[in-house]
Design a protein around this ligand. Structure first.
Ligand code: LMR
Length: 398
């Protein structure tokens, strides 16, 4: 049976973690996979999450199946978090959500739903986008193409080109947008661009599919999704894939949800039935623990406040790390201006160095980053920032 298959190369992102682990250089630095780290390089469980998990441990009376759509407190709480507490969409009957295994599982359900509704749909992804977006689209058997997004040379959005490209689209098209903290560039849509994209979606009829994996990692929970909320208040239909991996630090608990916004409550019910059916065909129902923990947090005011404080702390730390890195590189007298890193949001930025320079920095300094030169800001610390800045400066001056 399996004689015909040959080994694949490592995953472009997860492979970095494996290579890093094997490196014996004591100075090695991991700026690869998007995982939050504290000053001492640890990824601890948030205190609010620990408390919620303890409550769960103390109160969970059965390991019987959970309902296929997931934990209701989780779904209700997350809809409010993303859409806003008083969003009339929530009571309109036009919104349905299904818990899914992480952001990836949520995206997969969304793409499968698109495939069922319109097998000829074409998914437009930002150039560049998260590597796994394209893999998920391809594995669903959908067509895809890139819309212009980031100008690597000038470290800026390709705003005009993007709008021109989106203006060519129609009802068979789906535009995958990053809700905030664009992965991999860190460069977010401005409020004006969200408005213009909303207008284009209304005029041309394409479906916005929003990936929200970093809410609260940019500015704050509300500001980060202001553009998304504006868009959702106007468009007839949308899909939203939300991940709790980063903002709740629940990476391994695979916690996320897919939300459908439909034109009418009847269409919303139909979409829900299909999402549930698709999930049943792949994995039946989602894992319980992560969703249950988030549900407990979002239902409890004290735990919510504690979680928001922890999230704000992570966000503030990444801002500090950004400016620390920019200053340290600048102090080393390199010609290139890295101040764009301060303007950007979330966990990632492109250093803008070539793949050869990425390889050289790995070989010579044991500093690991994605081949695109994307770095995980949270991998920087006050104890390694000088080493990183020395390496970047040396590589650039070569
Ligand atoms: C990343 O982009 O590094 C994270 O989202 C982790 C992943 O699954 O790729």
């Amino acid at each position: 049976m399996f004689q015909q298959i040959t080994a694949l190369p490592p995953d472009p992102l997860l492979g970095i973690a494996a290579a890093f682990k094997q490196d014996t250089n004591p100075k090695k630095v991991d700026l690869g996979v998007g995982v939050y780290k504290t000053e001492d390089g640890k990824t601890p469980i948030l205190t609010s999450v620990q408390k919620a998990l303890q409550i769960l441990l103390d109160t969970e009376a059965s390991k019987s199946y959970i309902q296929p759509r997931g934990n209701q407190a989780f779904l209700d709480g997350m809809e409010k978090l993303v859409l806003g507490n008083d969003n009339p969409l929530i009571s309109s009957g036009r919104v349905e959500s299904v818990q899914a295994p992480g952001g990836t599982g949520s995206l997969k359900l969304g793409f499968q739903l698109i495939k069922r509704s319109n097998p000829n749909a074409k998914i437009w992804v930002s150039g560049p986008t998260w590597a796994n977006h394209v893999a998920l689209i391809k594995s669903t058997g959908l067509d895809h193409a890139e819309y212009p997004y980031y100008d690597k040379k000038n470290n800026a959005l390709k705003a005009d080109e993007m709008l021109e490209a989106l203006a060519q689209l129609g009802p068979n098209d789906v535009v995958l947008l990053h809700g905030c903290c664009h992965n991999p560039t860190g460069e977010d849509l401005t409020p004006e661009l969200w408005s213009k994209i909303t207008e284009l979606a209304l005029e041309k009829g394409f479906l916005p599919f929003i990936d929200i994996a970093y809410q609260g990692f940019g500015q704050d929970l509300d500001t980060d999704v202001a553009g998304v909320r504006e868009l959702l208040s106007k468009v007839p239909e949308a899909l939203i894939a939300t991940s709790c991996s980063k903002n709740f630090g629940l990476y391994r608990e695979r916690t996320g949800l897919i939300t459908t916004v439909s034109e009418t409550p009847e269409l919303a019910a139909a979409a829900l039935s299909h999402v549930l059916n698709i999930a049943r065909e792949i994995y039946s129902m989602p894992p319980s623990y992560g969703g249950a923990a988030v549900g407990i947090i979002l239902q409890d005011q004290a735990l919510t406040t504690e979680w928001k404080g922890e999230l704000a702390e992570m966000c503030a730390r990444m801002r500090t790390l950004r400016s620390m890195l920019v200053n340290k590189i600048h102090e080393r007298g390199v010609d290139e201006d890295f101040s764009f890193i301060n303007r950007q949001n979330g966990m990632f930025t492109f250093l803008g160095i070539t793949p050869e320079q990425v390889q050289a920095i790995r070989d010579e300094y044991a500093i690991y980053m994605a081949g695109s030169s994307r770095i995980n800001i949270a991998g920087i610390s006050s104890s390694n920032v000088d080493y990183i800045a020395d390496a970047v400066a040396a590589i650039l001056k070569k």
